[in-house]
Design a protein around this ligand. Structure first.
Ligand SMILES: [Zn+2]
Length: 305
């Protein structure tokens, strides 16, 4: 067993600085990603740190899985998320998807064409299509992309985006929903987005908010840190920094929850405090807590002439 065969250390994915401090050391992941990706190392044998970039304050995972393993995992084996969705691929967050589509429609009235990168099962794209947008998706998972075509009638390409994917198209809106935290080479992806974005086009990002109150309360035990799929943990400052590097102006930023109502998230917050107390009193040993009010939606506007 040689971890170097499977992992590489990453610099800050936003600014590429090597200077960082280890915010949380020796985090032991709890997911099945390594096993599914054919990586012959246990989670216990691959402790990783959550680093804080000294230059731009972005938070990121110190170790990442090499391309050949992770690309095969997302494309052929399928993300661990689909292990549960495969039997029952309904939208587990219908109201959130609708709300998100409504917000996009409200904020992007002058837009018509949409590209969703990592369109998953296609639920958000379907909502936007219903609103009259011309929608295209690209998704590495064979299972998810095929579902979105056959069951939702969407135009979705299976694979990873490159400059040859759409030889003649530009898009008014590019969406990354629950995607940016998975991306290793984020600047390459944003260069591609720049290439495909129409003048005055918008990039819309939904991801975890590493500076949210809940994430800060949970510290090392924030659920978001416990999947090898998540390698980048954005906040308002680091998304703004990334946007600025790619001719995007932060047009809109809103803290939000990922799933469920205000009251459900409040309940999760309360249960987290109860769990922390139980840990403190050594009645329980919660390895991590869940998610509540710990996401954001950011919209970047193309300022390139
Ligand atoms: Zn940085």
């Amino acid at each position: 067993m040689n971890p170097n065969e499977y992992f590489i250390k990453q610099n800050c994915p936003v600014c590429n600085s090597e200077q960082s401090i280890a915010l949380f050391k020796n985090l032991i992941h709890t997911c099945n990603v390594l096993k599914k990706a054919g990586i012959n190392v246990s989670n216990e044998d691959a402790p990783a740190d959550i680093n804080l970039c000294s230059n731009c304050k972005h938070k990121y995972l110190s170790l990442i899985i090499k391309d050949k393993f992770i690309n095969n995992y997302y494309g052929v084996v399928d993300s661990e998320y689909y292990d549960t969705a495969k039997d029952n691929p309904y939208d587990g967050r219908v109201k959130d998807t609708k709300k998100f589509a409504d917000l996009i429609a409200k904020k992007c009235t002058d837009c018509y064409t949409v590209l969703e990168i990592g369109s998953g099962l296609g639920h958000l794209l379907f909502q936007l299509k219903e609103k009259g947008y011309e929608c295209t998706g690209i998704e590495p998972s064979g299972f998810a992309s095929s579902y979105s075509r056959s069951q939702l009638g969407l135009n979705v390409i299976t694979g990873l985006l490159n400059r040859e994917t759409f030889p003649t198209k530009k898009f008014d809106i590019v969406i990354l929903s629950d995607v940016i935290e998975h991306i290793y080479d984020i600047n390459s992806l944003f260069s591609l987005i720049e290439y495909y974005l129409a003048p005055s086009g918008r990039v819309i990002v939904l991801t975890g908010n590493s500076n949210s109150l809940y994430a800060r309360v949970c510290g090392k035990k924030w659920l978001y840190f416990y999947s090898w799929e998540h390698v980048s943990f954005f906040n308002k400052s680091s998304i703004n920094n990334l946007f600025t590097r790619h001719s995007l102006w932060l047009d809109y930023f809103k803290e939000t929850q990922h799933t469920g109502s205000f009251w459900l998230n409040t309940k999760t917050f309360a249960l987290t405090f109860r769990g922390m107390l139980a840990n403190f009193l050594r009645l329980r040993n919660h390895k991590f807590f869940y998610m509540a009010f710990d996401h954001f939606i950011a919209i970047g506007k193309n300022i390139k002439k």
